[in-house]
Design a protein around this ligand. Structure first.
Ligand SMILES: N[C@@H](CCC(=O)N[C@@H](CS)C(=O)NCC(=O)O)C(=O)O
Length: 254
């Protein structure tokens, strides 16, 4: 991925997308794939994970990623508003299913995966714990310190994180099994939607793909793969492998 600085991006027209550089941040990866899927061109702006990102903050009011800035509109940071921005800019191919009930189902699934308190949020609490346990060196603890301050962290929260993640993973697996029984390979209806895209990207947090497909830094892979803490039904991994193979580009690019 070619990144430009905030300085070089902020006066440009069109879509500017701040994405975390050098690591497969799942919210950033999902935002990138949404626009790629719709062939919407964007300028990628580099955000540095767990850093101050002062220029990004001055421009958008946010230090983390993703941030989508379209023309002179207000910056969008939440996964829902980023999906809806993409749907407005390029309605086709749509990542939404037809009908309100199916949409509600799809957004509910992504909420469990990507919203505050959901799978990735809880998984991040586990990872902050792993990072803290790895070293007492204040320099090494800088990253978990920033993440803990940004996303909330405490021993009690981290302890219940595994159970919440397992519950959500089991729900996703049940959903795929029910869909398969009805002849569908997708989470909702019979077509590829944002729910499939989000699960594929966020699956990297609980079962990262091999080095050749997900060339993430080893220091991070060690944390992502730390003693298997979660129960992951193989149907979830089969689904994400198929989604990448059919709909998303590989290897991961960050
Ligand atoms: N704003 C996103 C969540 C963004 C988020 O949690 N970003 C993380 C993971 S990609 C991040 O930037 N972490 C590194 C940092 O805080 O610098 C949403 O609510 O949909």
């Amino acid at each position: 991925m070619d990144y430009v600085s905030v300085e070089d991006a902020k006066h440009k027209a069109g879509l500017r997308l701040a994405l975390t550089m050098g690591v497969p941040g799942p919210w950033s990866q999902a935002a990138k794939y949404i626009f790629e899927h719709k062939s919407v061109p964007f300028i990628a702006v580099g955000q540095m994970g767990a850093r101050e990102n002062a220029a990004l903050y001055d421009w958008t009011g946010h230090r983390n990623a993703p941030v989508a800035v379209y023309e002179d509109e207000a910056p969008r940071v939440g996964w829902y508003e980023i999906i809806m921005l993409a749907e407005r800019i390029a309605p086709s191919p749509s990542l939404l299913p037809h009908g309100a009930a199916a949409r509600a189902e799809m957004f509910g699934l992504i909420t469990e995966i990507a919203s505050e308190g959901g799978l990735a949020w809880q998984r991040r609490l586990q990872m902050i714990n792993i990072m803290y346990a790895a070293s007492d060196d204040p320099k090494v603890r800088q990253t978990p310190d920033v993440l803990a301050a940004r996303y909330g962290h405490g021993p009690a929260g981290a302890e219940q994180a595994g159970a919440v993640c397992d519950d959500i993973l089991a729900m996703l697996a049940d959903k795929l099994r029910a869909q398969a029984a009805g002849g569908s390979k997708y989470f909702v209806g019979n077509d590829f939607t944002a729910a499939d895209l989000y699960w594929a990207c966020f699956s990297q947090l609980v079962a990262p793909m091999a080095e050749d497909l997900n060339p993430m830094p080893m220091r991070l892979r060690v944390v992502y793969e730390a003693p298997k803490m979660l129960t992951i039904d193989p149907i979830l991994i089969d689904h994400r492998d198929e989604i990448y193979a059919r709909h998303l580009s590989l290897p991961l690019d960050f």
